[in-house]
Ligand binder design. Sequence first.
Ligand SMILES: Cc1ncc(COP(=O)(O)O)c(C=O)c1O
Length: 354
Amino acid sequence: MKLFTAGPVACRPEVLEEMRRQMFSHRSKEYRELHEQTVERLRRFLETRGQVFLFPSSSSGAMEASVRNCVERKMLCCINGNFGKRYAKVGETNGRVVERLEPGLGAPITPESLDEKLSSAPDVEAVTITYNETSVGLMNPLSELAKVVKKHGKLLFVDAVSAMGGVELKVDEWGIDVCFASSQKCFGIPPGLAMVSVSDEALKRSESMENKGWYFDFKLYEKYQREQSSTAMTPVIPQIAALNKELEIIEKEGGKKKRFELYFKRMQRIRKGVESLGLSLFPKAGCESLTIACVNAPKRISGLQVYEQMRERGFELAKGYGELKERTFRIGNMGYIHLEDIDEMLHALGEILK
Ligand SMILES: Cc1ncc(COP(=O)(O)O)c(C=O)c1O
C-alpha cells in the first residue's frame, strides 16, 4: 500500500532500520548522547535558542501541557477545523475559559480579525493557532498572525502538528512560546513522540502555576534535560533515534531549504494533477495547505467512495474529516513519498473518475 495519509505516514527504510537498535537505559551515556544530539538538531531546525522537549506522548499531550503550564484563567482559540476545536476542548476540560475566533469552514484566520478579537478581549493570556489545519487542508498565515499576538503582548501557542518538518517555521523570530508536533507527520517517524519548543516566558509562567500536574510539567522537563540530558520518565528511545536519523539525513541532503522545496514540489505536482482531472480544493484560494490537499469530491462519487476505490488500487489516501467526510477526500504530502508515487496515485485517481 502506498501511503498518502494524514499520519501515521510512510517512513524511510533507514529510519525504520535505526529503530531496530538494541535498547539501552535512559540513564546511560548512550542515551545522553542521543538526547543531546536530537535536541540540538531540533533547535537548529526550529531556529530557536529556547528549550525543546521530547514528550513520550502524541501531540495532544503537548496541547494539554501548554494549557496546564501557562494559562491561569483564559485563552483564545483560533479555529478553522477539528484540531482548532480540540484545542478549545482541551482548554475547557482543564477548567479554563475559552474565547473563540472562528471564521467559516475553509477560511483562514486573518490578522485583521485577530487584532479586532484581541482588542475586545484584553484579559486573554494566550492565543492558540493551528498552523496547518489537517482536517480541511488549510494553512493559516502564521508569521503575520504572530505579529498581532505579540503586539497585544500575549503568549502564542502553535499547533504545528502537520506542518513542522515540511514547511517553514521560525520559532524565535516569530515569537512562538509553545510549538509542538507529532513524530508521525512531516518528519516521517512512527507515532509516540511529540517535539515541543518552550520559550523562556512560557517556562517562567510554568514556575508559578498551581495544579499543573506532574507528567507534562515543563519545569520537570527542563530540570532533567539540564541535569541529565534525559527525561524524568522513560522516553520513547526508538522514535527519538529515528528522529535523530531523519534530522541527520535532512542536514546531509542540503538542510531545511531543500526539505521545504521538496514538500513544495510534491504538493505542486499533486495540485496540478488533481486540477487536471477537473477537481478543485476545498479551502479558500490562497490558503491551501502544502502538506495535505483537501479535495472536493465530484458530484457523481462521494469522498468515501474515492477513498475505498483508491485502497483497492493500492493507495491509502485520507478520508474527509468530520462534516466533510462525504464531500471531500484528502491526499497527504507527508513522510516518505517519491515523485513517481504521486504520478502513479494520480493515474489511479484518473481511472476511478472515468
Ligand atoms: C493539526 C493537528 N493537531 C493535532 C493533532 C493531534 O495529534 P496526535 O493525534 O498526534 O495527538 C493532529 C492529528 O492529526 C493534527 O493534524
